[in-house]
Design a protein around this ligand. Structure first.
Ligand SMILES: Nc1ncnc2c1ncn2[C@@H]1O[C@H](COP(=O)(O)OP(=O)(O)O)[C@@H](O)[C@H]1O
Ligand SMILES: [Mg+2]
Length: 310
């Protein structure tokens, strides 16, 4: 097996005064879903556009399925499909007409294009919508048709740029299942998203970027572990006694007191510590409304590292 998957090394891309990519380096193994996560303006789309040969980098290099994006763009394009945030669909045509058109553009005969269109409509749950104009489609239907269109050629590498932004939770879940199926068939997928939960659900590994730089990378569980252990959230019945609670427990590490929530959060707590905590509060006559353990989420990681939340 030769070099495959995706290797990105020191990518730089400037737009006038703006440095969109300031030296981005990462790899995606073949068959992996890599989540490219970051806030708006982080450089996700620019990265995907460089990898799909729509933009030339100012510095650095990248290979996609073993081909250099700058010196072998035609080979790269044969291996990839890109679905954008804004679907490249013809609103005036029906679903089936759009797919057949993509097939013809990709060099299929009329009947082969039509057969491929039917197959894709079936697969992406669009059979009933096939003869409706795209202008009448919901957001979820458009994204599914967009994904179908990108698969007219059965390529090994997919770039999905914010495929679920703006979708309702149900359409989002449907699309997640489709992404999982596409991976199960062996494809390498770069998925950009602003949704932490989406990256957590789908990505084997996450590369978090901010201001055109990779801030951290790892599996979702690595990243959560890096945000520390479980914490314990205590909510006294009487919010007026919060400071007292904090004082009683302050030997347990740096606490945070959230006056607006009426809670105190204790870091690095195990289930076995809970009874001792309750006992101490009980002895001081403090009634507890709620006591819970909380595992770090990707939100915590994101907040820690970018000082921002999505
Ligand atoms: N064609 C362009 N011209 C000028 N600036 C751009 C262009 N494309 C992107 N940028 C800028 O580059 C930065 C990264 O943008 P982008 O890659 O689209 O971020 P993301 O997809 O993570 O939201 C932003 O500051 C954006 O305004
Ligand atoms: Mg973008």
């Amino acid at each position: 097996m030769g070099v495959s998957g995706i290797q990105v090394s020191g990518l730089v891309k400037r737009f006038g005064e703006t440095t969109a990519l300031a030296g981005v380096t990462f790899e995606a193994a073949r068959g992996e879903v890599l989540g490219l996560l970051g806030p708006n303006g982080a450089g996700k789309t620019t990265t995907v556009n460089v990898l799909s040969t729509l933009l030339r980098p100012d510095a650095g290099s990248a290979t996609v399925d073993g081909h250099d994006v700058v010196t072998e763009p035609a080979e790269v394009r044969r291996s990839i499909a890109l679905t954008g945030q804004f679907a490249a669909l013809d609103e005036a045509l029906t679903g089936v007409e759009n797919l057949a058109l993509f097939g013809r553009l990709r060099g299929l005969s009329g009947s082969a294009a039509r057969a491929r269109a039917d197959e894709l409509l079936e697969r992406f749950d669009l059979v009933e919508a096939a003869d409706g104009r795209v202008s009448s489609y919901s957001g979820g239907m458009r994204r599914r048709l967009d994904l179908a269109a990108s698969l007219v050629d059965d390529v090994p590498i997919l770039f999905l740029d914010e495929p679920t932004t703006g979708l309702d939770p149900r359409s989002r879940a449907t699309l997640w299942d489709m992404v999982r199926d596409l991976q199960a068939e062996g494809r390498t997928i770069i998925l950009t998203t602003q949704y932490l939960e989406e990256a957590d659900q789908l990505a084997d590994r996450i590369v978090l970027i901010d201001n055109g730089k990779v801030v951290v990378e790892g599996t979702p569980s690595d990243l959560k572990r890096s945000a520390g252990g479980q914490s314990c959230v205590v909510q006294p019945v009487d919010p007026g006694r919060l400071d007292e609670v904090a004082k009683l427990l302050d030997d347990r590490g740096p606490l945070s007191v959230e006056h607006d929530l009426g809670t105190v959060t204790i870091p690095d707590t195990e289930a076995a510590d809970l009874s001792a905590i309750l006992q101490r509060l009980g002895q001081a006559g403090i009634e507890v409304a709620d006591l819970s353990l909380r595992r770090p989420t990707l939100d915590d990681v994101f907040l820690d590292l970018t000082g921002d939340s999505t």
